[in-house]
Design a protein around this ligand. Sequence first.
Ligand code: SF4
Ligand code: SF4
Length: 296
Amino acid sequence: MKFSEKSNNYLKKLITGQITYKKIFYFLKRKIQYTNVFFLLKNFPSIKVKLKFFVVILGHKCTLRCVDCANFCALMPQKFYNYTDICNDIKTIAGIAKIKKLQIQGGEPLVYNKLNDIIKFIVKLDIDQIQIATNGSKMLDEKLLYTIKNNNVLVRISDYNVIKNSAEKLYKQCITHNIPVKYHKFVTKDSYWIDMGGVDKQRNNNDFLVEKIYESCPKKYCYTLEDGYIGRCARSVVSHKIQKFNPSGLINIRKIRDKNFLRKKLINYIRRPHAMEACHYCNGNKGRRIKPALQF
Ligand code: SF4
Ligand code: SF4
Protein backbone atom coordinates (compact mmCIF):
# COMPACT_ATOMS: atom_id res chain seq x y z
CA MET A 1 0.00 0.00 0.00
CA LYS A 2 1.36 3.40 -0.99
CA PHE A 3 1.27 6.01 1.76
CA SER A 4 0.60 9.63 1.03
CA GLU A 5 2.12 12.66 2.72
CA LYS A 6 -0.94 12.73 4.98
CA SER A 7 -0.26 9.14 6.11
CA ASN A 8 3.40 9.93 6.79
CA ASN A 9 2.35 12.91 8.90
CA TYR A 10 0.11 10.61 10.91
CA LEU A 11 3.01 8.22 11.48
CA LYS A 12 5.27 11.07 12.58
CA LYS A 13 2.62 12.31 15.02
CA LEU A 14 2.22 8.78 16.38
CA ILE A 15 5.95 8.41 16.98
CA THR A 16 6.16 11.79 18.71
CA GLY A 17 3.12 10.93 20.83
CA GLN A 18 0.87 13.62 19.38
CA ILE A 19 -1.89 11.14 18.48
CA THR A 20 -3.09 7.90 20.02
CA TYR A 21 -2.88 4.35 18.60
CA LYS A 22 -6.70 4.30 18.56
CA LYS A 23 -6.73 7.21 16.14
CA ILE A 24 -4.10 5.68 13.86
CA PHE A 25 -5.97 2.35 13.85
CA TYR A 26 -9.11 4.19 12.77
CA PHE A 27 -7.18 6.02 10.04
CA LEU A 28 -5.67 2.78 8.67
CA LYS A 29 -9.07 1.10 8.71
CA ARG A 30 -10.49 3.97 6.65
CA LYS A 31 -7.50 3.84 4.28
CA ILE A 32 -7.99 0.10 3.65
CA GLN A 33 -11.75 0.52 3.10
CA TYR A 34 -11.08 3.39 0.70
CA THR A 35 -8.48 1.40 -1.27
CA ASN A 36 -10.83 -1.58 -1.50
CA VAL A 37 -13.68 0.52 -2.84
CA PHE A 38 -11.52 1.89 -5.66
CA PHE A 39 -10.01 -1.55 -6.38
CA LEU A 40 -13.52 -2.96 -6.81
CA LEU A 41 -14.68 0.00 -8.90
CA LYS A 42 -11.69 -0.24 -11.24
CA ASN A 43 -11.85 -3.97 -11.77
CA PHE A 44 -15.58 -4.56 -11.96
CA PRO A 45 -16.99 -2.32 -14.72
CA SER A 46 -20.59 -3.17 -13.87
CA ILE A 47 -20.31 -1.43 -10.48
CA LYS A 48 -21.38 2.19 -10.74
CA VAL A 49 -19.33 5.04 -9.30
CA LYS A 50 -21.12 6.48 -6.28
CA LEU A 51 -21.91 10.20 -6.35
CA LYS A 52 -23.58 11.38 -3.17
CA PHE A 53 -24.37 14.82 -4.54
CA PHE A 54 -24.38 15.94 -8.15
CA VAL A 55 -25.29 19.36 -9.51
CA VAL A 56 -26.60 19.99 -13.01
CA ILE A 57 -26.46 23.57 -14.28
CA LEU A 58 -29.22 24.32 -16.81
CA GLY A 59 -27.89 27.75 -17.75
CA HIS A 60 -27.37 31.16 -16.21
CA LYS A 61 -30.59 33.02 -16.89
CA CYS A 62 -31.67 34.40 -13.54
CA THR A 63 -34.37 36.61 -12.06
CA LEU A 64 -31.80 38.35 -9.84
CA ARG A 65 -28.51 40.02 -10.71
CA CYS A 66 -26.37 39.40 -7.67
CA VAL A 67 -23.06 41.25 -7.71
CA ASP A 68 -21.31 38.51 -5.73
CA CYS A 69 -22.90 35.45 -7.33
CA ALA A 70 -20.23 32.77 -6.89
CA ASN A 71 -21.09 31.41 -10.33
CA PHE A 72 -21.09 34.77 -12.11
CA CYS A 73 -24.66 34.26 -13.35
CA ALA A 74 -25.39 37.96 -13.72
CA LEU A 75 -22.41 38.31 -16.05
CA MET A 76 -23.16 35.27 -18.18
CA PRO A 77 -25.45 35.27 -21.24
CA GLN A 78 -29.03 35.21 -19.94
CA LYS A 79 -30.04 31.89 -21.47
CA PHE A 80 -30.27 28.18 -20.83
CA TYR A 81 -28.38 25.37 -22.51
CA ASN A 82 -29.87 23.15 -25.18
CA TYR A 83 -32.47 20.74 -23.77
CA THR A 84 -31.22 17.70 -25.74
CA ASP A 85 -27.59 18.32 -24.73
CA ILE A 86 -28.56 18.61 -21.05
CA CYS A 87 -30.54 15.35 -21.17
CA ASN A 88 -27.82 13.47 -23.07
CA ASP A 89 -25.15 14.60 -20.60
CA ILE A 90 -27.22 13.57 -17.57
CA LYS A 91 -27.97 10.20 -19.20
CA THR A 92 -24.25 9.63 -19.83
CA ILE A 93 -23.37 10.26 -16.19
CA ALA A 94 -26.32 8.28 -14.81
CA GLY A 95 -25.11 5.37 -16.97
CA ILE A 96 -21.79 5.13 -15.14
CA ALA A 97 -22.60 6.65 -11.74
CA LYS A 98 -25.12 5.95 -9.03
CA ILE A 99 -26.31 9.43 -8.08
CA LYS A 100 -27.83 9.69 -4.61
CA LYS A 101 -28.98 13.28 -4.86
CA LEU A 102 -29.15 15.34 -8.05
CA GLN A 103 -29.60 19.09 -7.74
CA ILE A 104 -31.03 21.03 -10.67
CA GLN A 105 -29.61 24.54 -10.65
CA GLY A 106 -29.42 27.74 -12.74
CA GLY A 107 -29.40 30.73 -12.85
CA GLU A 108 -33.02 30.35 -11.85
CA PRO A 109 -34.33 26.97 -13.05
CA LEU A 110 -37.99 27.90 -12.51
CA VAL A 111 -37.86 30.27 -15.49
CA TYR A 112 -36.58 27.59 -17.89
CA ASN A 113 -39.49 26.59 -20.12
CA LYS A 114 -38.08 23.05 -20.49
CA LEU A 115 -37.74 22.41 -16.77
CA ASN A 116 -40.83 20.24 -16.63
CA ASP A 117 -39.53 18.05 -19.48
CA ILE A 118 -36.10 17.82 -17.86
CA ILE A 119 -37.57 16.59 -14.57
CA LYS A 120 -39.71 14.04 -16.43
CA PHE A 121 -36.57 12.84 -18.20
CA ILE A 122 -34.46 12.61 -15.03
CA VAL A 123 -37.03 10.70 -12.99
CA LYS A 124 -36.77 7.81 -15.45
CA LEU A 125 -33.05 7.43 -14.65
CA ASP A 126 -31.48 5.56 -11.75
CA ILE A 127 -31.27 8.53 -9.36
CA ASP A 128 -32.40 8.38 -5.74
CA GLN A 129 -33.47 11.96 -5.09
CA ILE A 130 -33.96 15.09 -7.17
CA GLN A 131 -34.02 18.61 -5.85
CA ILE A 132 -34.41 22.00 -7.48
CA ALA A 133 -32.38 24.93 -6.17
CA THR A 134 -34.37 28.13 -6.56
CA ASN A 135 -33.91 31.69 -5.35
CA GLY A 136 -37.59 31.76 -4.41
CA SER A 137 -38.61 34.53 -6.80
CA LYS A 138 -41.07 32.42 -8.82
CA MET A 139 -44.06 30.25 -8.02
CA LEU A 140 -44.57 26.78 -9.51
CA ASP A 141 -46.94 26.69 -12.48
CA GLU A 142 -49.63 24.00 -12.84
CA LYS A 143 -47.48 21.62 -14.91
CA LEU A 144 -44.53 21.85 -12.55
CA LEU A 145 -46.74 21.42 -9.50
CA TYR A 146 -48.04 18.17 -10.95
CA THR A 147 -44.64 16.77 -12.01
CA ILE A 148 -42.79 17.81 -8.87
CA LYS A 149 -45.48 16.50 -6.55
CA ASN A 150 -45.86 13.16 -8.33
CA ASN A 151 -42.15 12.52 -8.40
CA ASN A 152 -41.34 13.62 -4.88
CA VAL A 153 -38.92 16.30 -6.05
CA LEU A 154 -37.61 18.51 -3.26
CA VAL A 155 -37.74 22.29 -3.64
CA ARG A 156 -34.70 23.94 -2.03
CA ILE A 157 -35.20 27.66 -1.53
CA SER A 158 -32.01 29.66 -1.10
CA ASP A 159 -32.31 31.89 1.93
CA TYR A 160 -31.13 35.20 0.46
CA ASN A 161 -33.20 37.30 2.83
CA VAL A 162 -33.82 39.87 0.06
CA ILE A 163 -36.94 38.46 -1.58
CA LYS A 164 -38.44 37.09 1.59
CA ASN A 165 -42.07 37.65 0.58
CA SER A 166 -41.97 35.71 -2.66
CA ALA A 167 -39.79 32.99 -1.10
CA GLU A 168 -42.38 32.59 1.66
CA LYS A 169 -45.16 32.38 -0.94
CA LEU A 170 -43.31 29.61 -2.75
CA TYR A 171 -42.70 27.83 0.55
CA LYS A 172 -46.41 27.97 1.39
CA GLN A 173 -47.36 26.81 -2.10
CA CYS A 174 -45.18 23.72 -1.64
CA ILE A 175 -46.59 22.98 1.82
CA THR A 176 -50.17 23.37 0.53
CA HIS A 177 -49.51 20.87 -2.25
CA ASN A 178 -47.60 18.44 -0.07
CA ILE A 179 -44.35 19.05 -1.91
CA PRO A 180 -41.12 18.54 0.08
CA VAL A 181 -39.52 21.95 0.62
CA LYS A 182 -36.69 23.43 2.66
CA TYR A 183 -34.82 26.68 3.10
CA HIS A 184 -31.11 26.50 2.40
CA LYS A 185 -28.68 28.55 4.44
CA PHE A 186 -25.24 29.24 3.04
CA VAL A 187 -21.89 28.09 4.40
CA THR A 188 -21.79 30.77 7.05
CA LYS A 189 -25.17 29.47 8.35
CA ASP A 190 -26.20 33.02 9.25
CA SER A 191 -27.33 34.00 5.74
CA TYR A 192 -24.13 35.92 5.03
CA TRP A 193 -22.21 35.15 1.87
CA ILE A 194 -18.48 34.75 1.41
CA ASP A 195 -16.61 36.86 -1.10
CA MET A 196 -15.20 34.18 -3.34
CA GLY A 197 -13.44 36.56 -5.67
CA GLY A 198 -14.77 38.68 -8.50
CA VAL A 199 -14.00 39.19 -12.16
CA ASP A 200 -10.76 41.03 -11.46
CA LYS A 201 -9.30 38.56 -8.99
CA GLN A 202 -5.72 37.89 -10.00
CA ARG A 203 -4.32 34.38 -10.16
CA ASN A 204 -2.97 33.13 -6.83
CA ASN A 205 0.38 31.62 -7.84
CA ASN A 206 1.12 30.11 -4.44
CA ASP A 207 0.26 26.46 -5.16
CA PHE A 208 0.64 25.46 -1.52
CA LEU A 209 -1.82 28.12 -0.39
CA VAL A 210 -4.28 27.29 -3.17
CA GLU A 211 -4.19 23.63 -2.18
CA LYS A 212 -4.91 24.67 1.42
CA ILE A 213 -7.85 26.83 0.30
CA TYR A 214 -9.15 23.94 -1.78
CA GLU A 215 -8.78 21.45 1.08
CA SER A 216 -10.83 23.61 3.43
CA CYS A 217 -13.44 24.47 0.81
CA PRO A 218 -16.83 22.88 1.60
CA LYS A 219 -17.85 23.07 -2.06
CA LYS A 220 -15.15 20.74 -3.34
CA TYR A 221 -17.44 17.70 -3.31
CA CYS A 222 -20.28 19.40 -5.22
CA TYR A 223 -19.44 17.61 -8.47
CA THR A 224 -21.11 19.69 -11.14
CA LEU A 225 -22.09 19.20 -14.75
CA GLU A 226 -22.37 22.23 -17.00
CA ASP A 227 -22.51 22.28 -20.78
CA GLY A 228 -20.64 18.97 -21.14
CA TYR A 229 -18.00 19.61 -18.46
CA ILE A 230 -17.70 18.09 -15.00
CA GLY A 231 -15.90 20.02 -12.28
CA ARG A 232 -15.51 19.68 -8.54
CA CYS A 233 -17.87 22.58 -7.84
CA ALA A 234 -20.39 24.78 -9.66
CA ARG A 235 -18.00 27.71 -9.88
CA SER A 236 -15.22 25.70 -11.46
CA VAL A 237 -17.19 24.91 -14.63
CA VAL A 238 -17.96 28.53 -15.41
CA SER A 239 -15.46 30.92 -13.80
CA HIS A 240 -12.92 30.61 -16.64
CA LYS A 241 -15.46 32.18 -19.02
CA ILE A 242 -15.66 35.32 -16.88
CA GLN A 243 -12.26 35.48 -15.21
CA LYS A 244 -10.62 34.60 -18.53
CA PHE A 245 -8.18 31.78 -17.89
CA ASN A 246 -7.55 28.39 -19.47
CA PRO A 247 -9.52 25.86 -17.45
CA SER A 248 -7.89 22.67 -16.25
CA GLY A 249 -8.99 20.03 -13.79
CA LEU A 250 -12.33 19.50 -15.54
CA ILE A 251 -13.64 16.50 -17.51
CA ASN A 252 -15.14 17.10 -20.94
CA ILE A 253 -17.63 14.24 -21.08
CA ARG A 254 -18.73 14.97 -24.66
CA LYS A 255 -15.23 14.28 -25.92
CA ILE A 256 -15.02 10.82 -24.34
CA ARG A 257 -17.05 8.35 -26.36
CA ASP A 258 -15.92 5.18 -24.58
CA LYS A 259 -18.17 4.68 -21.56
CA ASN A 260 -15.66 2.57 -19.66
CA PHE A 261 -12.86 5.06 -20.25
CA LEU A 262 -15.09 7.88 -18.95
CA ARG A 263 -15.97 5.77 -15.93
CA LYS A 264 -12.26 5.21 -15.13
CA LYS A 265 -11.57 8.89 -15.61
CA LEU A 266 -14.33 9.76 -13.16
CA ILE A 267 -13.03 7.21 -10.64
CA ASN A 268 -9.54 8.74 -10.82
CA TYR A 269 -11.02 12.22 -10.59
CA ILE A 270 -12.80 11.35 -7.35
CA ARG A 271 -9.89 9.35 -6.00
CA ARG A 272 -7.24 12.01 -6.49
CA PRO A 273 -8.82 15.24 -5.37
CA HIS A 274 -6.74 18.36 -5.83
CA ALA A 275 -7.20 22.04 -6.63
CA MET A 276 -8.32 23.00 -10.12
CA GLU A 277 -7.12 26.01 -12.09
CA ALA A 278 -10.39 27.70 -10.99
CA CYS A 279 -9.23 27.46 -7.35
CA HIS A 280 -6.31 29.79 -8.21
CA TYR A 281 -8.93 32.46 -8.89
CA CYS A 282 -11.15 31.74 -5.89
CA ASN A 283 -11.11 32.48 -2.15
CA GLY A 284 -12.99 29.29 -1.24
CA ASN A 285 -14.45 29.84 2.21
CA LYS A 286 -11.50 32.05 3.24
CA GLY A 287 -13.00 35.23 1.77
CA ARG A 288 -14.57 37.96 3.90
CA ARG A 289 -18.23 37.75 4.88
CA ILE A 290 -20.47 39.92 2.75
CA LYS A 291 -24.13 40.90 2.60
CA PRO A 292 -26.09 38.42 0.52
CA ALA A 293 -27.56 39.13 -2.89
CA LEU A 294 -26.56 42.77 -3.43
CA GLN A 295 -27.93 43.66 -6.86
CA PHE A 296 -26.20 45.30 -9.83
S1 SF4 B 1 -26.69 34.12 -6.55
FE1 SF4 B 1 -28.49 32.95 -7.20
S2 SF4 B 1 -30.07 34.49 -7.51
FE2 SF4 B 1 -28.14 35.57 -7.46
S3 SF4 B 1 -27.51 35.78 -9.61
FE3 SF4 B 1 -26.54 33.91 -8.77
S4 SF4 B 1 -27.98 32.27 -9.26
FE4 SF4 B 1 -29.10 34.20 -9.49
S1 SF4 C 1 -11.83 26.88 -3.93
FE1 SF4 C 1 -12.00 25.60 -5.75
S2 SF4 C 1 -13.46 24.00 -5.11
FE2 SF4 C 1 -13.72 25.70 -3.70
S3 SF4 C 1 -15.36 26.96 -4.58
FE3 SF4 C 1 -13.41 27.80 -5.27
S4 SF4 C 1 -13.10 26.84 -7.27
FE4 SF4 C 1 -14.62 25.61 -6.18
